[in-house]
Design a protein around this ligand. Structure first.
Ligand SMILES: [Zn+2]
Ligand SMILES: [Zn+2]
Length: 256
């Protein structure tokens, strides 16, 4: 079901500055955390109490007083959802699950990758807890309900086997698309990472077949770097956009 005027907050977390998006339905307070991969205490303090550093970007209230002024009640986290299982996106999910007794959703084709989150983090020199096992599968082609919020699931393999883009349908404005590392402003996800199943041709096909048909004003929330739109990337992306020519700019995207 489409939501009215959702409240979206983005936190760039961890050493890889990964975008964690927190989406709240203003009328019920129901909230989902997309890619809660790092800095769990920062996320929890802000979501529960408006305390601490807070988000790097938000279209919602900036503190408790503003929330009270807008008549917004307390938030209730109803689910954790992941675009994919690279450690920067999923490494600290176990810490969030300890605090929020909810289900964690991931595409099953990333189950193996998720089991490596702790060892991958250590290889990059970071620590992470023993990986959690996702409770529920994201099902491609379906619109899945999370409390008062729902997301359309687009399975877009290429960066990882189980990578998904998550579309939040907005009743009174542009839709929001959380793409993980499938697409970036002016780039695409890397396809050369170990144990991941990356493949540029598969990634390009996912983007051409599943993302380019979306409305041009759809707001794209990439896993790293700035926001963009489907229309802008479709027209200008040097790897997969209309100007890329046959085969595009074959090479590697910028981010992990
Ligand atoms: Zn990433
Ligand atoms: Zn990734």
């Amino acid at each position: 079901m489409a939501v009215l005027d959702p409240w979206v907050e983005c936190f760039f977390v961890g050493a890889l500055q990964m975008r964690c998006s927190v989406v709240t339905d203003r009328s019920t307070g129901d909230t989902i955390i997309i890619d809660g991969g790092s800095e769990p205490q920062r996320l929890i303090s802000w979501i529960d109490h408006f305390e601490g550093r807070g988000p790097d970007w938000s279209n919602g209230p900036h503190d408790q007083a503003t929330a009270d002024d807008e008549g917004l009640g307390p938030r209730k986290v109803v689910a954790l959802v992941n675009t994919h299982a690279h450690f920067d996106h999923s490494g600290h999910i176990p810490d969030l699950l300890q605090h929020y007794p909810v289900k964690w959703y991931l595409h099953p084709d990333d189950t193996y990758l998720q089991s490596l989150a702790q060892s991958s983090a250590r290889r990059w020199g970071f620590d992470a807890p023993t990986p959690a096992i996702a409770d529920e599968p994201l099902i491609s082609g379906q619109t899945m309900d999370f409390g008062a919020l729902s997301l359309s699931i687009l399975h877009t393999p290429g960066h990882t086997l189980g990578g998904c883009c998550l579309k939040l349908v907005v009743a009174d404005g542009a839709d929001h698309l959380f793409v993980g590392d499938t697409l970036f402003a002016g780039s695409v996800g890397r396809t050369d990472l170990p144990d991941t199943g990356g493949d540029f041709d598969v990634l390009a096909a996912s983007i051409h077949n599943q993302l380019w048909p979306l409305e041009g004003d759809t707001i794209v929330y990439p896993g790293h770097g700035p926001l963009t739109t489907i229309g802008h990337e479709r027209a200008t992306n040097p790897f997969v956009g209309e100007g890329a020519g046959p085969g595009g700019l074959y090479g590697r995207g910028k981010y992990a």
